[in-house]
Design a protein around this ligand. Structure first.
Ligand SMILES: [Zn+2]
Length: 482
């Protein structure tokens, strides 16, 4: 029996497999037994009239059928229909699995987001555009409804294109330029997201409402790779470290006592629910002492106090009412050097404070905020989601695959990330699913099926699954996510 499998690569069309067993009446065939697979492609959009085709035949998942045992005939019946015949010319070959791909690379257009905390230069320069007075915080490459990518050549949305070929993109790839600190935030796990999304839908909270917590039903693990030196808050510190940080400041002594008596989770709960007058009595004396030191440049960027003062200055008079400043003292301050990566699992509180990075995450926008923000903070929901346990921040391990190609070893199967960084170029590993390549280096050339696709700095392309892609250039620096 001959079985068909719909290819998961770029442009893999609807594949109609009609297994036929032919006899040896065909004069051109010299074998007595062979199987013939007929495949019809139907293009949903005539703009995607793509060639050539790329076919893999397997007897098992990994055992590829040698070309000498298979012959392929291609017939184009009209613009949108292609008829394909594959003849297996060996009596012992059975249970054939077929993957069909079209060998094409698509240029992508991402979406920039102009959030207040963004920088002015990094992303415009990456994209070869003029900097403006408006900050540019993020570049999004993916299918999220808040920032849908499009295929540059026909302006088809990436979601429409992928859906019409039975594919999906489970991740969102971003470039971030963090000038001012982001809010402390935590993302739910999958079950929490599903339940929270259903609960808010049931309660009739509009998706666009400012107090809506769950925008979708997905979790949002994320990894960040620093492009410049980056600073972030990452999970809770050990209790002894927090006490050491707070001890020198008389207005924080109640916090020290609380930490000595109660579990960390109880203290965090108390901090986040502190009445406004108590919060101000705690923070105002601290800020009166710190802000002049910070303005005079007398605080080290390695200390929590520097970032606390900086965040307070960003939030002005509101700062004294922000429990996030106390939460900041309870969290790990992490410096990530260019090329290093850090992974934020579900339920881990974190906040980017400074630096430019590439970020890859599950396709979700579920954020619960925990301070350093003027946006909606739902303390009860935050406390239900956040894991209040000390963690030790560790960089993501990196594995050298081939010369110039490094894979980030992520603790998730949801998305994958590698970087090709070298002089001259290299070969990317064959992707098992459709991917996105983003060029953050100099101009290079992506080669697929003997065709060249020049890629300028800042440009990105959709890469097909199942095929060998070679990249060449003087100084190649490419991120590939799938
Ligand atoms: Zn996050």
């Amino acid at each position: 029996m001959v079985s068909g499998k719909k290819g998961c690569g770029i442009g893999s069309p609807t594949v109609l497999l009609t297994p036929l067993l032919c006899c040896c009446r065909c004069a051109r065939m010299t074998y007595n037994h062979y199987a013939q697979i007929n495949v019809t492609f139907r293009f949903f959009n005539k703009n995607t009239n793509i060639k050539p085709y790329f076919v893999n035949l397997f007897t098992t998942k990994t055992e590829r059928i040698a070309r000498k045992f298979a012959q392929m005939y291609l017939f184009e019946r009209c613009v949108s229909d292609v008829f394909f015949v594959v003849v297996i010319r060996h009596a012992s070959i059975r249970n054939v699995t077929m993957e069909v791909y079209m060998s094409e690379v698509f240029y992508l257009e991402g979406v920039v987001q102009h959030y207040d905390w963004g920088g002015h230069y990094f992303i415009p320069e990456l994209l070869g555009k003029e900097a403006t007075a408006q900050p540019t915080a993020e570049l999004w490459l993916g299918v999220h409804s808040k920032g849908m990518g499009v295929l540059r050549d026909n302006q088809m949305t990436l979601a429409d294109y992928l859906a019409s070929h039975g594919m999906a993109l489970p991740f969102l790839l971003k470039v971030l330029d963090v000038r001012a600190s982001l809010s402390i935030q935590v993302h739910p796990d999958k079950l929490q997201a599903e339940q929270g999304f259903a609960r808010e839908n049931h309660a009739g909270v509009a998706l666009t409402a400012a107090h809506r917590n769950y925008k979708d039903d997905n979790h949002k693990p994320e990894v960040m790779v620093a492009l410049t030196p980056c600073v972030l808050l990452y999970g809770f510190s050990e209790v002894a470290q927090i006490i050491q940080r707070c001890q020198p400041w008389p207005s924080l002594h109640w916090l020290v006592t609380a930490l000595q008596q109660d579990p960390l989770s109880a203290v965090y709960r108390r901090v986040m629910a502190l009445p406004a007058d108590e919060l101000e009595a705690t923070l105002a004396p601290l800020l009166r002492a710190l802000l002049p030191l910070w303005r005079a440049g007398e605080l080290s960027g390695r200390s929590h106090l520097f970032w606390l003062a900086r965040a307070a200055s960003e939030h002005g008079a509101e700062a004294c009412r922000d429990p996030g400043l106390l939460a900041l003292l309870m969290m790990n301050l992490v410096h990530v050097q260019p090329g290093e990566a850090i992974f934020q699992p579900a339920r881990l509180p974190h906040a980017y404070l400074h630096g430019c990075n590439v970020e890859l995450m599950a396709n979700s926008d579920n954020v619960l905020r925990g301070g350093l923000t003027s946006k909606h903070v739902d303390v009860n929901e935050l406390l239900a989601v956040v894991d209040v346990v000390p963690v030790t921040p560790l960089p993501v391990a990196q594995q050298a695959l081939t010369p110039g190609v490094t894979r980030y070893q992520l603790p998730t199967d949801e998305f994958h990330l590698l970087r090709l960084s070298c002089h001259g170029g290299g070969t990317l590993p064959v992707l098992p699913a459709v991917g996105i390549a983003l060029n953050i280096g100099e101009a290079c050339v992506v080669q697929l099926a003997k065709r060249d696709y020049p890629l300028q700095q800042g440009e990105s392309v959709l890469l097909p699954a199942g095929q060998s892609v070679v990249v060449s250039g003087e100084s190649v620096d490419l991120f590939v996510a799938w």
